[in-house]
Design a binder for this molecule. Structure first.
Ligand code: DC
Length: 237
């Protein structure tokens, strides 16, 4: 396991827990953020906020309304009328629970496209902060440790090689009966990372004080264990 700690709060007995009870988990698509966040939150009894699902909800709403990222006025009015909220961990978009509909490749792409826009990020920023501050929370996304909760006491940057991430995505899809091809899945993941890392606002990047966890050679359980150790030390659990 590669795990580097710049500010190793876990080993610092003088760490004072100032700021939100938030664990920020950022990283590229397919690194396992969702599975790790879910398992970690349940093992330490924190709630979990999947911020990617909020961006996916915007992408889905825009696809349904046939609004493109470049449609200035139409996009503003769409954003004004889209109601996105959470019930537990489920996304409610305009009063309707969305689960499988958020996971399609089209919605993944649309989420990444719309996530480049300041108006979209502004709409979701307050919502994320409100939810994250409502209870101790594991929050996963791309800009959680850098923008949404820069003062989170524990930040983790979870990554893995593009091959490992594509393999994982393929396995996930085949579990749902979807047969996809390795090369195109890998290419899709790399294209989305490039867009997420190179956008002007809130790009995906590792916060300077985030612990780096490289999951390429690790099982899910090993990653969760590593994160849980950090969480228990930082939050005195
Ligand atoms: O984590 P995910 O694959 O469900 O996220 C979908 C897209 O949403 C991702 O490609 C970029 C965007 N996103 C973002 O810009 N900021 C976040 N905090 C979370 C997701």
């Amino acid at each position: 396991m590669t795990e580097t700690a710049h500010h190793n709060q876990a080993n610092d007995p003088h760490t004072h827990l100032i700021g939100p009870r938030v664990i920020a988990i950022d990283g590229p698509a397919g690194a396992g953020k969702s599975s790790v966040s879910k398992a970690l939150a349940s093992s330490i009894d924190f709630i979990r906020l999947d911020t990617g699902a909020l961006y996916r909800a915007i992408g889905l709403g825009a696809l349904r309304a046939s609004v493109a990222p470049s449609d200035g006025d139409e996009l503003s009015s769409l954003l004004g009328s889209l109601e996105v909220r959470l019930e537990g961990t489920d996304i409610i978009l305009n009063g309707q629970r969305e689960i499988e509909s958020l996971r399609s490749p089209e919605v993944s792409r649309a989420a990444s496209d719309f996530a480049t826009l300041p108006s979209v990020r502004a709409k979701l920023l307050e919502l994320q902060r409100e939810i994250g501050l409502s209870s101790p929370c594991v929050v996963d996304g791309r800009d959680i440790g850098t923008v949404v909760f820069p003062d989170a006491p524990l930040k983790i940057y979870l990554t893995a090689s593009a091959d490992a991430r594509a393999e994982r995505r393929l396995a996930e899809l085949s579990g749902k009966g979807v047969i996809a091809d390795f090369e195109s899945t890998r290419a899709e993941i790399i294209a989305r990372d490039e867009q997420d890392m190179s956008r002007e606002i809130a790009p995906l990047k590792r916060a300077s004080d985030a612990h780096l966890v490289d999951a390429t050679e690790l099982t899910l359980d090993e990653v969760v264990e590593a994160c849980e150790r950090l969480a228990r030390a930082v939050f005195n659990l």
